[in-house]
Design a protein around this ligand. Structure first.
Ligand code: NAD
Length: 248
């Protein structure tokens, strides 16, 4: 029997892969055999070197996913280099905290442009080259399932991407292309290092596994959703939160 997790010969694009969860996803996809396009708005922080150590090919393409022209360039560069796209991980995202009462309109627009429009633009452009067996993975959040005070813009954007996943899955299912979402809980990345310690401790006390997640805890589900191990899953969501929202 073939290895269900084997990604040899596959080409993956991971957005926001310079650091954090995206970096770990890019490396773990490569470990299973994929060549990877590392995309981010900031310079990459060692992702390429680590992928090359695994004897896989990797290129970096600077991209602001909220800008259509830059997304088109990302896809064109991928095709120029690798000729096809098998896996797209819409991982790049931002979190801006704040209550609705005084939340600046520009922060709302920024959140929606990066967290919602970005995955839409990337999926639209990548789908032109995706064939039967391709997989799109959207990194949402537990904040796309449960609301929280001070997180309205982020929750709205992650809830949007959760249902974008299911709608797109319905659109492309007959083509044999799968679309699924991952919903991380609290993961130790640059996005969360600045969070208030008291708030983090209060969250941690509710996690069934009693630990904060690491980026690789999300890379595992991403490898699964990219591979044939999840061949019969589409429009689905995987919650990877150490047992947080199930016990709320
Ligand atoms: N860390 C957590 O606790 C957590 C929890 C749930 C969901 N998530 C989601 O996981 C994903 C990755 O988050 P992370 O924790 O690794 O954060 P991070 O800030 O470490 O990484 C996010 C990456 O996205 C990039 N990015 C931001 N704006 C971009 C843009 N316009 N175009 C391209 N790239 C852009 C950043 O430069 C960065 O490298 C995000 O979608 C985030 O919302 C994170």
């Amino acid at each position: 029997m073939t290895d269900l997790f084997d990604l040899t010969g596959k080409v993956a694009i991971v957005t926001g892969a310079a650091r954090g969860i995206g970096q770990s996803i890019a490396i773990e996809l490569a470990r299973q055999g994929a060549d990877v396009v590392v995309s981010d708005i900031i310079p990459e922080e060692g992702t390429i070197v680590q992928i090359k150590k695994l004897k896989r090919k990797a290129i970096y393409v600077k991209t602001d996913i909220s800008k259509k022209k830059e997304v088109e360039n990302l896809i064109n560069e991928t095709i120029k280099q690798f000729k096809k796209i098998d896996i797209l991980v819409n991982n790049a995202g931002i979190y801006i905290a704040g209550n609705v009462s005084d939340f600046p309109e520009e922060n709302w627009d920024k959140t929606m442009n990066i967290n919602v429009k970005g995955p839409f633009l990337c999926s639209q452009a990548a789908l032109k080259y995706m064939k039967k067996g391709a997989s799109i993975i959207n990194v949402s959040s537990v904040a796309g399932i449960e609301g929280s005070a001070g997180g309205a813009a982020y929750c709205a954007s992650k809830g949007a991407i959760r249902l974008f996943t299911k709608a797109l899955a319905a659109e492309v299912g007959a083509l044999g292309i799968r679309v699924n979402s991952i919903h991380p809980g609290l993961i130790d990345t640059p996005m969360t290092t600045g969070l208030d310690k008291k708030m983090k401790d209060a969250m941690l006390s509710k996690f069934l596994l009693k630990r904060v997640g690491q980026p690789v805890d999300i890379a595992g589900p991403a490898v699964f959703l990219a591979s044939d191990a999840s061949a019969y899953m589409t429009g689905s969501e995987i919650v990877a939160d150490g047992g947080w929202i199930c016990a709320l």
